[in-house]
Design a protein around this ligand. Structure first.
Ligand SMILES: C[S@@+](CC[C@H](N)C(=O)[O-])C[C@H]1O[C@@H](n2cnc3c(N)ncnc32)[C@H](O)[C@@H]1O
Length: 278
């Protein structure tokens, strides 16, 4: 399948590159759900059949707000972004504004959407090092960063249309499973990864996961009636929670960024896996 959309956001743990491989393992379903939606890279790749119900979910206020505004008020969002040039000064200003938002204010964006913050989040996403909105200004003499940013702004109208019929939720994953689990529901599950005990505070606004959350997710997934495909790195914890004798494991060899204070520095080999309950 040719890509219909560029990536809408740069996203730590985003599956833009891997989306074709991931989608090739999906099975027919009536309802499609991403409990950990992030940049919606897989949903945007997979296309939509006429009668399918699609649900995007995340609990990070900045990203949920972005998709809600993109869906409901794309013109207003574009008008704002068109007057936000790729500049160090503006980046610094937006960065300071973001640092002044408390976690409660960020959480509240899920219920009270803000066009200003949808634009601010998109802007910081493209102008920050390593796509970490809390990171420094991204610039280089060898890279046409401003042009890339403009191209992605120009794409938003099209993505907004594609998102038109998607139901946007901001529920904790356990509540989402409770409400939507049916035998003909398909979940593409892409939680924050098990990175062998290392936890970064800035990823997804501090929504990083510790072992107990991975264990709780495994318990929940194993009691679902629907089908699911789950992304992770191949780690000892994940092997223990989802034994290969019980689940269908698919492997994808890739490289991953070694992170230093939230910024990608070098890459090392890693095995991404897709674990299927079918
Ligand atoms: C690995 S990212 C998902 C990336 C996404 N598949 C993509 O391609 O962009 C994990 C997401 O889970 C969200 N998240 C963390 N804890 C959550 C929870 N308890 N319920 C729902 N979403 C959660 C984070 O905000 C983050 O956006």
């Amino acid at each position: 399948m040719n890509r219909e959309f560029k990536s809408v956001l740069r996203y730590i743990g985003g599956k833009y590159k891997m989306a074709p491989w991931i989608v090739s393992h999906f099975v027919p379903h009536k309802t499609y759900i991403e409990p950990f939606g992030g940049s919606a890279a897989v949903m945007l790749y997979k296309g939509k059949s006429r009668y399918e119900v699609e649900i995007y979910n995340d609990i990070w206020g900045l990203v949920v707000n972005f998709f809600r505004v993109l869906q409901a008020s794309p013109e207003e969002l574009l008008r704002r972004l068109e007057v936000m040039p790729y500049s160090r000064e503006l980046h610094k200003y937006m960065h300071l504004q973001l640092k002044m938002l408390s976690s409660a204010e960020i959480q509240d964006l899920c219920n009270n959407p803000s066009v200003e913050w949808a634009a601010g989040f998109f802007y910081l996403n493209y102008t920050s090092v390593g796509s970490d909105v809390y990171g420094g200004f991204s610039t280089s003499p060898d890279y046409r960063a401003a042009e890339r940013y403009r191209n992605h702004v120009a794409e938003l109208q099209k993505v907004s249309k594609r998102f038109g019929d998607v139901i946007i939720e901001s529920l904790h994953e356990s509540e989402l499973f409770r409400v939507y689990d049916r035998p003909d529901t398909f979940f593409y599950v892409d939680p924050p990864y098990d990175i062998l005990g290392k936890v970064s505070n800035t990823l997804y606004g501090g929504l990083e996961w510790t072992n107990d959350k991975h264990v709780r997710l495994a318990d929940q997934l194993q009691s679902l009636r629907g089908k699911w495909a789950l992304s992770y790195y191949d780690t000892p914890l994940i092997r223990r929670l989802y034994p290969e004798s019980k689940f269908n494991w698919k492997f994808y060899n890739t490289k991953r960024w070694n992170r230093k204070d939230g910024h990608g520095t070098t890459k090392s080999p890693a095995s991404e896996v897709l674990i299927l309950n079918y």
